[in-house]
Design a protein around this ligand. Structure first.
Ligand code: ZN
Length: 97
C-alpha cells in the first residue's frame, strides 16, 4: 500500500520523536521512561499489527495512573457532594403540603 507523503512524513516524525520531556529519559530498551517511577511511557507496537507502521504508542506510567486515579476520586467525590446538596435542597426546602 502506498501512502501519501504527508501521512508518511507524519509517521516518520512520530517514529523519530524520541526527545524525552521533563522527568523522562530514554531507557536501554530505546523507549522513553519516567525518571520518577522508571516505568516505560510508551510501548512498542508488535509487527503485523494494523498500526505497526507506527513504532510505538504512549502508555501511562505508575505516576500518571496514580494521578489520574486521584483526579477521578476527587471528581466523583465532588459529584457526590453536589448530588447530596441538590437532594437536601429538594427535600428540606420544598414547601410543606
Ligand atoms: Zn512515572
Amino acid at each position: 500500500m502506498r501512502m501519501n507523503t504527508t501521512l508518511q512524513t507524519t509517521i516518520d516524525e512520530h517514529n523519530n520523536d524520541l526527545i524525552p520531556g521533563e522527568n523522562e529519559y530514554i531507557g536501554d530498551d530505546g523507549l522513553i521512561h519516567c525518571s520518577i517511577c522508571h516505568e516505560p511511557k510508551e510501548s512498542r507496537i508488535p509487527e503485523g499489527n494494523i498500526c505497526s507502521y507506527l513504532r510505538t504508542h504512549p502508555r501511562q506510567c505508575a505516576c500518571e495512573r496514580t494521578m489520574l486515579k486521584a483526579e477521578k476520586e476527587q471528581r466523583l467525590s465532588e459529584e457526590r457532594q453536589r448530588d447530596i446538596s441538590r437532594l437536601r435542597d429538594i427535600c428540606f426546602q420544598a414547601p410543606l403540603i
